[in-house]
Design a protein around this ligand. Structure first.
Ligand code: TXA
Ligand code: MG
Length: 322
């Protein structure tokens, strides 16, 4: 875990236009000065992220968010009061303070106040930070400092270690820039909860919708595969996993919800059976599965009841796409 000196070091790196990976309650972010086109360009370059995929901007609270948008509507105030600091990104028309590069040239910006004391301290001292998940584009998001270090060199990224992330999957993204408001990415906070706070209808995320960014992308297939391990991964009922293991000597690693027999050379990783705990463990488990160097990863479908499982199912669909 990080010491107070690390905050000073992080501030110095950011002031010099460098990159700092910061902890949040969801996943680690790859931070850079949101007001600096050059610093933000380094984030896109290091992640290998398409320039059309906008970055969210992290803030220490509502005041900092207001400066980044052209208008802070009543709905945003309500959502921020109810869910910040927390795993909700609010998309609104941007103000002139936000450089083009942050929004991928688009008219809107996503703002979020993360729930982690180290990062809140950093944001208060520095100001707004862009923060995509701190992983190479398309790969599994990091939920520990070690995950970040496995992808990026210490020369490129200073890592502020805040321990493992509690929620484990990325924030819910809701757009208030359209009517009705719409969930662009499902997360731990559901459309129903957002609806309750807003007091009006919210269009829920449609599974299988190609683009994550709200805008039609030049290549819609591009983002369908995301959160993906390097080893080919597929969803399979446990009976099928058992049969596959008995039928081949090519090593399989299974992600399962209850213990399963694994004849050699196969292996299994046991995941928690409650939605919250499963979400918190998922990305670390996908990375462990990758490290097994198996020929394939087979994932037992999680139960499908309730918003957190739906957000998990979204990540699994993308991890197993193609
Ligand atoms: O939990 C999280 O949101 C993490 C932590 C680090 O805060 N961040 C994160 O960032 O997941 P990223 O860049 O990996 O995902 C942000 C998502 C993308 O799907 C992006 O397309 C969408 O939010 N997004 C960002 N700005 C947007 C905008 N202006 N309009 C529509 N979608 C936007
Ligand atoms: Mg990401």
């Amino acid at each position: 875990m990080s010491a107070p000196e690390d905050i000073s070091r992080a501030l110095a790196v950011l002031r010099a236009g460098g990159l700092v990976a910061f902890p949040t309650e969801t996943v680690y972010g790859l931070g850079a000065d949101a007001s600096s086109t050059a610093a933000v360009a380094r984030v896109y370059a290091l992640k290998g992220r398409p320039a059309t995929n906008p970055l969210i901007v992290h803030v220490s609270g509502r005041d900092m968010a207001r400066a980044l948008v052209s208008n802070w509507p009543e709905g945003a105030e309500r959502l921020a009061r109810a869910f910040w600091p927390g795993p909700l990104t609010i998309v609104l028309p941007r103000s002139a303070q936000v450089p083009d590069i942050v929004t991928g040239g688009g008219p809107n910006v996503g703002v979020r106040c993360p729930d982690h004391h180290l990062t809140l301290t950093l944001l208060e001292a520095f100001g707004p930070l862009v923060g995509p998940s701190a992983n190479p584009s398309g790969r599994v998001s990091p939920t520990t400092a070690a995950h970040v270090r496995a992808s990026f060199s210490e020369d490129d990224v200073f890592v502020l270690d805040g321990g493992p992330c509690r929620a484990g999957i990325e924030s819910t993204v809701v757009s208030l820039a359209e009517s009705p408001a719409r969930v662009l990415r499902p997360g731990v906070i559901s459309a129903a909860e957002i609806e309750r706070v807003l007091g009006r209808e919210v269009a829920d995320f449609v599974p299988g919708a190609p683009a994550e960014g709200g805008e039609p992308l030049a290549s819609p297939g591009l983002l369908a595969q995301h959160y993906a391990p390097v080893t080919p991964a597929a969803m399979m009922e446990r009976e099928g996993i058992g049969r596959a293991m008995r039928a081949t000597l090519d090593p399989i690693v299974a992600l399962v919800l209850s213990p399963i027999e694994t004849p050699p050379p196969h292996a299994a990783i046991l995941l928690p059976s409650t939605a919250k705990a499963y979400a918190a463990r998922l990305y670390a488990a996908l990375r462990e599965a990758d490290e097994c160097r198996a020929s394939q990863i087979l994932i037992e479908p999680p139960p499908d009841r309730g918003p957190i499982w739906e957000a998990v199912a979204d990540r699994l669909r993308r991890a197993t796409h193609g």
